[in-house]
Design a binder for this molecule. Structure first.
Ligand SMILES: *Cc1c(COP(=O)(O)O)cnc(C)c1O
Length: 452
């Protein structure tokens, strides 16, 4: 298929970086709109602009423009750490003895240690443009909080981060990175908001969840003058910003005449997965090419594989707009597993619709299996992966092993969303043989879904 030998790292030049984000919704059937939680009518621009920056709201509501220009200032910031490498996993292939070709797009090459910076810089840029002076947000594993701290520092914005309590306890150094960039970091649920106090009353001693932290951050943003809220996943403008991952991957693969057969991404709120698959999915939707897409989620938080496709709140406190999505219910508080970035009850509406319409598959994996895969990857490819990313590694390895059995020479692409340097507590549990798998019972899931 290819004439040129494929290098281990396929780098693009800065001028080959995409100049526009790709809006997958332009190639999809119209999605069910966001609904106002009180009136249950479609959210208006004005309502959303009370929570989010105008630039983000405009993108959130735009389902017609296929390409949306990346502002020059954002593109300049991207150049600090992009284009990110697309790596041919020669050593992993060799260790597995597979005839498959494995590629991964590596997004961990910045201080936030993940792809989250791609959206953080865009959100902070629009806030600054509009004269907003402060932002609030939540963070689970800490990557998003760090990313928005970096972007806020760059644009001179004040930032308050509600950090899920278990993560704040497990990753105290994450907090210091955020504080170094000037952010005020508050473990959530906290006494600083009405919704936080309510959650604490109902669930004393809870380790928190992304759903709780989102409620707190939104409340703070809507009660503070000239302040807006930034979300690191789930919403469609975030997915749009993350399309840079897929666009770069596609350009890099096309340089060498490589076409992936299987594209795999881990799925928390769906942003890296949606961004990675976007341009490939666009081709599939337009009937120009075919690919297999696989979303990978934790067995402990299986929104696609065991949730329901219904309208639900994005947060535990029921103050965000309602979204039609695969969800475990806004009351679902996932077990304290080590992939904090995947502990979210719902899933982005684009990813949910594509899954519902059969364009994409989903699977779930246990965390011990995930860390086994992470260990194989670290030893062969030299990168210590984030637990979240390792969900995709697990399934990429499994698919490559299937090829070994069948002798098929498939091309596998997966998203390596970040590094695991702040997840050493989790690695310690695994290395000490103390990691346990948590799989919720049907009863637990039914209970959480009851309130929908
Ligand atoms: C946040 C995060 C994820 C999951 O978020 P998505 O929005 O589903 O992409 C995955 N990997 C890493 C490293 C993260 O920080």
């Amino acid at each position: 298929m290819t004439k040129q030998p494929i290098p281990t790292k396929i780098y693009l030049n800065e001028d080959e970086m995409p100049k526009a984000w790709y809006n997958l919704r332009a190639d999809m059937e119209k999605l069910p709109p966001l609904l106002n939680p009180e009136t249950r009518k479609p959210c208006t621009r004005e309502e959303l602009e009370k929570i989010f920056c105008k630039g983000c709201v405009e993108q959130e509501l735009n389902d017609t423009d296929r390409y949306i220009a990346i502002p020059d200032e954002v593109r300049e910031f991207y150049k600090m750490y992009r284009p990110s490498p697309l790596v041919r996993a020669y050593w992993l292939e060799k260790a597995l003895g597979t005839p498959a070709e494995i590629y991964y797009k590596y997004e961990g090459n910045n201080t936030s240690g993940s792809h989250k910076l791609n959206s953080a810089v865009a959100q902070a840029y629009y806030a600054k443009q509009e004269g907003i002076t402060s932002l609030t947000t939540e963070t689970g594993a800490g990557q998003w909080g760090t990313a928005l701290s970096m972007a806020s520092a760059f644009y001179g914005l004040d930032l308050t981060v509600y950090m899920v309590k278990v993560s704040a306890e497990q990753k105290p150094f994450r907090r210091e990175v955020m504080r170094t960039y000037g952010a005020n970091v508050i473990p959530s649920p906290s006494e600083t908001t009405e919704v936080g106090r309510k959650i604490l009353e109902k669930h004393p001693g809870t380790g928190g969840s992304l759903g709780c932290a989102i409620s707190e951050a939104v409340e703070k943003a809507t009660t503070t003058p000239n302040c807006r809220y930034g979300l690191g996943s789930v919403l469609n403008h975030v997915l749009l910003h993350q399309s840079v991952i897929g666009l770069e991957s596609k350009i890099a693969l096309e340089k060498y005449g490589v076409k992936p057969d299987i594209i795999i991404g881990c799925a928390g709120g769906g942003s890296n997965l949606g961004g990675l698959i976007a341009p490939f999915m666009g081709e599939k939707l337009r009937g120009e090419a075919d690919y297999r897409f696989i979303a990978v989620e934790p067995k402990s938080c299986p929104s696609l594989t065991r949730g329901k496709y219904v309208y639900d709140f994005g947060d535990t406190g029921r103050i965000t707009p309602l979204m039609k999505m695969y969800t475990l219910g806004h009351d679902y508080i996932p077990a304290s597993t080590h992939a904090g970035g995947l502990r979210y009850h719902g899933m982005n509406t684009v990813v949910s619709a594509l899954y519902d319409q059969g364009y994409m598959e989903a699977t779930s994996v246990e965390q011990t299996k995930v860390f086994e895969a992470a260990t194989i990857f670290a030893k062969t490819e030299g990168i210590l992966p984030a637990p979240e990313s390792s969900h995709a590694i697990r399934v990429a390895i499994d698919e490559a092993l299937k090829c070994k059995e069948s002798g098929e020479k498939k091309v596998i692409l997966f998203g390596l969303t970040g590094t695991g340097y702040f997840d050493l507590f989790a690695y310690k549990r695994f290395n000490d043989g103390e990691m346990v798998d948590y799989v919720p019972s049907d009863e637990e899931i039914e209970n959480a879904l009851k309130n929908l």
